[in-house]
Design a protein. Structure first.
Length: 312
């Protein structure tokens, strides 16, 4: 049964201050346990209040599936669910059609953080968003291109990596995926993240010069961008982007991992969250290979390339 997850930008009641991260995990009280079932589809909903100021129409702005469910270690009545297969809608879907709410529910249910969603209403929302219901793989989903976001404000962050205790290790959301099986939308998000990373390096890294976007030139040296730093040393930057608010992990190709191991402190992972919004966040991580060697991060094989050849 589809559900609605309420994710408001402004939370005026302290009792509603739950630890939600768009596209990563959802934090909720025990009263919603019946509704939260792994594998079930959901849509995100936000009301009329916005952090930017003026009220705006209530809308649905993304969809995915409920992932692994875990107990909240900090709240006796709290739970977390991972978010799987998340896609933000290129254009939000209005909650009202010709003045009538899409969801025909009692007034008191609008106050709930999680609520059942009529399958027909879910289908209508997904259709208007341009997402195919029943696609076998996330790669099969097709969404319209978003309107250009200009200008944007890029914010540096040191909090885009989610603590391991809150995540589903098998989740696909927020992985900065670089698989060759990416959908056209995933490629668009990746390209957007690279352009944002390029702008960040050029404007916010002191002493940055001779910045070259290798990926845009069709080059695959094991990183997307390189530049000369203030000390005159070449720095290499691999970019990973997500439409979500943070990362549960990233996927590195064998080429990228090898380059990271060779170049050590001169190799960076640039994480770009909130892609395709006016307020993306960027976190630079130096020497990701060292984090794997030290055990701070762990890795598992996610794709094996097989080449067919005949025996001589």
């Amino acid at each position: 049964m589809p559900v609605v997850l309420v994710h408001n930008e402004v939370k005026r009641d302290p009792a509603h201050q739950w630890d939600d991260l768009e596209g990563v995990h959802y934090n909720y009280p025990s009263k919603y346990r019946r509704l939260m079932q792994p594998g079930e589809p959901f849509v995100y909903y936000r009301g009329v209040h916005r952090a930017s100021g003026p009220r705006q129409p209530a809308e649905y702005f993304g969809a995915g599936r409920i992932g692994e469910i875990r107990k909240d270690p900090d709240r006796a009545n709290g739970w977390y669910c991972a978010i799987d297969d998340y896609q933000r809608f290129a254009v939000p879907v209005r909650a009202k059609v010709e003045g009538e709410n899409r969801e025909q529910i009692p007034l008191n249910l609008w106050r709930d953080g999680v609520r059942d969603l009529d399958p027909a209403v879910y289908a209508a929302i997904m259709a208007e968003a341009g997402l195919a219901i029943g696609a076998e793989r996330k790669e099969d989903l097709v969404t319209p291109e978003p309107a250009a976001v200009d200008p944007i404000t890029i914010e540096a962050s040191d909090a885009l990596i989610v603590p391991p205790r809150l995540i589903n290790p098998s989740a696909t959301a927020g992985t900065g995926k670089s698989s060759p099986r990416r959908s056209a939308r995933a490629k668009a998000v990746g390209d957007w993240a690279e352009r944002t990373a390029l702008a960040y390096l050029q404007t916010q890294i002191v002493g940055c010069r001779d910045c070259v976007h290798r990926a845009a030139q069709g080059e695959t040296p094991g990183w997307d961008i390189d530049f000369i730093n203030a000390a005159g040393v070449l720095q290499r930057v691999e970019v990973k982007g997500t439409v979500g608010a943070a990362f549960t992990g990233v996927e590195l190709t064998a080429n990228e991992l090898a380059a990271a191991e060779v170049h050590g402190d001169d190799y960076w992972l640039c994480l770009v969250a909130n892609c395709e919004t006016a307020h993306p966040k960027v976190q630079m991580v130096q020497n990701p290979a060292a984090k794997l060697i030290s055990g701070d991060w762990s890795a598992r094989a996610s794709l094996i390339a097989v080449t067919f050849s005949s025996k001589s």
